[in-house]
Design a protein around this ligand. Sequence first.
Ligand code: WT7
Length: 582
Amino acid sequence: MASNIGKYEDARKSFDWNIAKKELGWKEGEPLNIGALCSDRICDLGDAEKTALIWEGFGDKHKSYSFADLRAYSNGFAKLLEEQGIKPGDRVCIFMDKIPSLYFSFLGILKMGGVAQPLFSAFGDESLHVRLDSAGARAILTTKKHVRKVRKILADLPALEKVIVVDGDGSKLKDDELFFDVEAAPRVDSYDCYPSTPETPSVLHYTSGTTGQPKGAQHVHSSGWGQYLTTKWVLDLKKDDIYWCTAGPGWVTGTSYGIIGPWSLGVTQCVLDVGFGAAMGYKFIQDNKISIWYSAPTAIRSLMRQGTDTVNEFDLSTLRHLASVGEPLNAEAVVWSEKAYGLPFHDTFWQTETGSMMIANYPGMTIKPGSMGKPFPGIEATVLDLKTHEPLTEPGKVGLIAFRPGWPSMFREYRSKPEIYRSKFVGEMKDKEVSKLHLAKDLWYVSGDRASIDKDGYYWFVGRDDDVINTGGHLVGHFEIESALIEHEAVAEAAAIGKPDAVNMEVVKAFVTLNPGYEATGDLELKIMNFIRKRLSPLAMPQEIEFSEKLPKTRSGKILRRYLKALEWGEDVGDLSTLEDD
Ligand code: WT7
């Protein structure tokens, strides 16, 4: 079967983003709404009765929904929000497990012109608070299981007017909370979508950096073009495929490729809303006849550990294409998957900020295990010299991965942080308006990662260019962890780094100096752990706290996390001349 992309080189040569616009039936000047693209349009094309979502939850619960259901239930949420006084442009947070209403409400928010802010349901109240506050969210859609976290912080969120609980029976809610069960409410088969334009804000995703609180990367409706075409060409989704994206919509993979990409193509997708184990995942593939699987290196490494015997207990013969994202995919994992499933995992590289895949291994292309592949057709990529920021021309030299602005799914700002947004670009910045940077063809958007390009044009990931920790595909900023640690009375200073881990690639390790009068004991470590557990998301929790007499610093007093990390990884500690004197 020929792949959607055909020959990579040919696709690259003749590329034009108008391909996506044309295939999606969009003409200049017409409205563009992702909510409509993913449901109304598919129904109008004659696939109203086709299955859109196959969902499996705790206790062996199974449900399935057609594109007509997707249309009606997303309309239901759009209408509700409108009736509740939510206006186009308002941020509406979705805070729930991967239940069907998450998917319906996401499209519903977009349909009424709102900005969808999906958040990972395991966030503790502090992680939730920071993000809701920054977004200035006016409404939150949640479930009876998670509403208690919202209650704890509501008084500190003046903009948050509506708390809507979407499951249960509406009992035990507070007076100011609203109950709305979309499947029990009258079905809304038609709804006039907000006439958003390609530049209307759509999805707001928070991502971690090295300084300050998480940053809100704001996307716009034109992202749909990029997500549509990359899903079609990189994941190779075709009409009859059954697709599974393991990521939840609290993360960008779960919206770009767990909602928008597949549904804009009218493809059936599966959601497994329970913890992930090898046997469970394989059974899910077997039962649902999944053909395309988009996963992450951490999951793949844990499957490797379970071995091929587990694989052989299941019928996985429907699988035809596998892809991965989030962290470096080890060469061993690619080789193993070829042995275990008869198919290699295809690595893809992108970010919350890029909104869609930037560098990838394409169906039919020769894979070099361990390489991220080549830039998507239509994406101009390079690696820049670490100091001069000039594109490197010599194969194999390590530089900063950078992209020429202008692709449709690129983020348009970090919410309320124009200077940080500006700092992501290099080139002639003078006289450039911050609102036009995403179009500036003479600048480079710098990703914050290092890589080299080989003589055949393949990209090889080297590492992050900053101190952000990537644990199991989730970015965690050291600032968040250190801030939580130093709130404890015993802690004087703290430094958080990633330490090597066989499955998660990195886990968080914290170094701590103590205030006078405190002793470094196991008991104290436990107390500090319990203290920060309430403040941090489970992903950001240190696996280990090491007490030190002092932390290594630069002469100007900055903690040298790079040094601590190099020691931890057994690497050369490099140039120590910037270390402060004793
Ligand atoms: C960062 C972006 C985009 C989906 C999930 C993560 C790292 C991503 C790869 C890869 C090595 C990768 C980078 C990147 N990353 N894909 N294939 N190989 N590293 O989104 O949370 O914004 O993280 O994840 O460091 O900058 P994100």
